[in-house]
Design a binder for this molecule. Structure first.
Ligand code: FAD
Length: 481
């Protein structure tokens, strides 16, 4: 599927300009030159003679026509093979044309190549080790570094900051592929990507220069800190406070359930700098080594064993004011925009894990014999497999569409991201459950990957907003229209 919203390379602009229909170009040249002649004629009159009102009206109409012509030409050039694209305006949100949003139901060659690279990396560097990581609660830092060498540590970070400069769909393809081996490790990399994107998108030049190079390379790893012991779903009620004192913010409070907590070096922390509610929240970049930062014990979890989770505490931590991301009061908006992309990635992690469960179930039911035949021969088994496949394909289609919408900043991107997260994580969890059932008692044993993936996927309907909160977002957006 083609991904829109990224600016075009200069060479492609030239090729497209050359493909403009001659009649359109001639009409534009004619309109511009006749308007120019009218302006000249009016200006050459005697001073004080402003001409007939009709002359001026004709001139204004001419200028309007010229403007429309120029925009038509630009829009045409920015259209690929007749498919509409986002209109790029440097530094601003792309202007979308919702009535002509278009989806192409296939991946481009470039996207397939990215997917293939991620699959190869997964089969070589993730799949063979995932069971051990889970068993020993081992965090595979070296593997995360290796992923960064392929550009997977900063997928949506712009190329001029050293990132891969790819879109949300490409990110989803990578996460899905890596989750086939280990949903937990893939999700960890997804959260690190989210933090890097936040700095790239909202950080000052100095903040980017300070943090992005090491984050892109995964030499340092970053966490996203929104949840607190007293505020989960009601995230805007957070209480961690940052008070400005001279050239620093003094931060006090605690963040709960932080992925990478204790291990990661960088923490993007949503803090209260102003009034109650969302508008009083800002985002600070806090380093592990700053005085007053401490961590709770590692949480003992059902799944996600390959990544650490811990409470992060701040006791009068002095954070330089330059470490403010965006403006004061913008933190909640930044956190929510990041989650639009984060939810796509979490859904992709569910999808990849569920696809692995389906693949395992197909292989197992072919090999396992009962009542004198392979259990894949029973119609009940076939119906289960068919339903799993249908659910995952439906989820994939919704996920890729949602990724595309987030990439171009479509007006309904948040709703689609929430729908994809809700549907794909639930459908994938169901598929993992069915795969485990098809394995019988063996599915309950650690010897088979479905047991691990079943545990890993469970948390995806809870974090980055529970699936109940996803329903609230979807309904709120629907009823607003
Ligand atoms: C392994 C793990 C890793 C995590 N990593 C991070 C991280 O890196 N960074 C971070 O900031 N957070 C992280 N989280 C926190 C996660 O985002 C929260 O757990 C989640 O948002 C839910 O908050 P809560 O646990 O406080 O549940 P609560 O908000 O207390 O919700 C409890 C139940 O009530 C329901 N509920 C709440 N409000 C409503 C409502 N209005 N209508 C209907 N139902 C409602 C919820 O859906 C849920 O079922 C992580 C959590 C886990 C388990």
């Amino acid at each position: 599927m083609r991904s829109r919203g990224r600016s075009l390379p200069r060479a492609e602009w030239r090729v497209r300009a050359a493909s403009l229909p001659p009649c359109l170009v001639i009409a534009a040249i004619f309109e511009i030159s006749s308007t120019r002649a009218r302006i000249r004629a009016l200006l050459s009159r005697n001073a004080g003679d402003f001409g007939e009102i009709a002359d001026w009206m004709t001139l204004i109409a001419g200028i309007a026509q010229c403007t429309i012509m120029v925009f038509s030409l630009l829009y045409y050039v920015h259209t690929v093979e007749g498919q509409p694209r986002a209109f790029p305006l440097r530094g601003k949100k792309p202007i979308m044309l919702p009535e002509v949003l278009f989806m192409q139901f296939d991946l481009t060659d470039e996207q397939r190549a990215i997917q293939e690279t991620a699959r190869r990396f997964t089969s070589e560097a993730i799949t063979p080790h995932a069971a051990m990581w889970d068993e020993k609660c081992f965090f595979p830092r070296a593997t995360v570094r290796a992923a960064a060498e392929l550009g997977f540590g900063a997928i949506c970070v712009s190329a001029d900051q050293g990132g891969s400069g790819l879109g949300r769909l490409e990110a989803a393809l990578i996460m899905e592929a890596m989750a086939h081996g280990c949903p937990s490790t893939s999700a960890f990399i997804s959260i690190h990507n989210m933090a890097g994107w936040m700095i790239d998108r909202f950080g000052s030049a100095s903040l980017k220069a300070k943090y992005l190079p090491s984050l892109v390379a995964c030499e340092k790893l970053a966490s996203y800190c929104l949840t607190e012991p007293g505020s989960g779903s009601d995230a805007a009620a957070l209480k961690t406070r940052a008070v400005k004192e001279g050239s620093s913010y003094v931060v006090t409070g605690s963040k709960a359930f932080i992925s990478g907590g204790g291990e990661n070096e960088i923490y993007l922390v949503m803090v209260r700098t102003g009034q109650d509610g969302a508008k009083g929240i800002s985002c600070l970049v806090i380093e592990k080594g700053m005085e007053g930062v401490s961590f709770g014990a590692q949480e003992r979890k059902l799944g996600w064993h390959s990544q650490p989770t811990a409470q992060v505490n701040f006791a009068n931590v002095r954070v330089p004011v330059e470490n403010l991301l965006g403006a004061e009061g913008q933190g909640f908006s930044i956190a929510m925009q990041a989650l639009d992309g984060g939810r796509i990635n979490i859904a992709a992690c569910s999808l990849g894990g569920a696809q692995r469960c389906l693949d395992e179930a197909v292989a197992y039911t072919r090999a396992r014999h009962q009542f004198g035949q392979a259990i894949a021969g029973f119609q009940a088994t076939q119906f289960t497999l068919a339903d799993m496949e249908t659910g995952l394909q439906a989820g994939r289609a919704l996920l890729y569409l949602a990724a595309d919408k987030v990439a171009v900043g479509a007006p309904d991107a948040t709703r689609f991201s929430a729908m994809a997260k809700r549907f794909v994580t639930d459908t994938s969890m169901h598929a993992a459950d069915r795969a485990l059932q098809l394995h019988g008692g063996y599915g309950y044993l650690r010897d088979f990957p479905v047991e691990r993936i079943y545990r890993d996927l469970r948390v995806h309907s809870i974090l980055e907003g529970t699936n109940e909160i996803m329903r609230m977002i979807i309904a709120r957006e629907m009823l607003r229209q």
